[in-house]
Design a protein around this ligand. Structure first.
Ligand code: SAM
Length: 265
């Protein structure tokens, strides 16, 4: 069986350390779900540990034909569970309609887009265990007030408890990436809904951070009527607001009223 020649365009940096692979798969909690989707199995270093889990529905989605061929030869028993496709063009609810977890050493070039995709299916994606660039992990985990805090931090923290598990050095990949990687775990929090118009919440967060140097009164101008108060929250910048503030802000905009800043951050 010939190894897959790594393709830079597909973000292929294959993990070569089985102990790290075992550790990553071992961090799945199996709380509240009985199905797992692996994104980008590549040459199957995580797959090897997943495939032996008999009490769980597992699917694998991989875009690279040569990797699929390699996997099918190496693990004939999972051939029918491999979806040949692009995760970004696949509806997650076409794969599973029951609550599930996602695992993967994600292709770094599309990791943010994958997180937005996960957010679209937050009602059934109960857990995510993934390896991503450390820099992206830092952004996702950052608290309000930090330079890294941004759209993905707010949106993911609104729906998931997020933990940084451990870092992985470039030397254990073939070929080594130019950056340190981090393994993180996201667990769906106890709030099924945020208690506000959630599509408006997404728009408010994105619009505010798209002009992050501006105060909210200016960056959200197109979303609010003229009748806003002149103090408090409207004079903050988005990085000063916690998730609850953004929820309050969304309700305020939805009701066309005004609000005070509601939490310290
Ligand atoms: N899981 C393997 C490992 O740990 O060695 C491979 C990880 S590699 C960083 C990322 C994998 O995602 C590659 O196998 C790549 O072909 C696959 N991939 C890249 N873009 C993809 C996409 N849009 N949809 C599905 N898989 C993709």
């Amino acid at each position: 069986m010939n190894a897959v020649t790594p393709k830079r365009a597909l973000g292929q940096h294959f993990l070569s350390d089985k102990n790290i692979a075992r550790k990553i798969v071992g961090t799945l909690t199996f709380q509240d779900y009985q199905a797992v989707l692996e994104i980008g199995p590549g040459m199957g270093i995580l797959t090897e540990f997943l495939a032996s889990m008999s009490d769980c529905e597992i699917r694998y989605i991989e875009i690279d034909r040569s990797a699929i061929e390699y996997l099918s030869n190496k693990f004939p028993g999972i051939q029918h569970k491999i979806i040949a496709g692009d995760i970004l063009k696949t509806k997650l609810t076409d794969i599973f309609t029951i609550p599930f977890a996602i695992i993967g050493n994600l292709p770094y070039n599309i990791s943010s887009q994958i997180f937005f995709k996960i957010l679209e299916c937050r009602h059934i994606v109960r857990e995510v265990v993934c390896m991503i660039q450390k820099e992206v992990a830092t952004r996702i985990i950052s608290p309000p007030g930090s330079r890294e805090y941004g759209i993905l931090s707010v949106l993911l923290q609104a729906y998931y408890h997020i933990e940084h598990l451990f870092n992985v050095n470039p030397g254990v990949f073939i070929p080594p990436p130019g950056v340190v990687s981090s393994v993180i775990r996201l667990k769906r929090n106890e709030h099924e809904t945020l208690g506000c118009d959630e599509s408006l919440f997404f728009r408010v967060v994105k619009t505010a951070f798209n002009q992050r140097r501006k105060i909210l009164k200016n960056s959200l101008k197109t979303m609010i009527n003229n009748n806003i108060s002149t103090e408090d929250i409207w004079h903050y910048r988005p990085e000063q607001l916690g998730v609850r503030d953004f929820i309050g802000l969304t309700s305020l905009i939805g009701n066309s009223g005004h609000m005070q800043k509601i939490s310290n951050c």
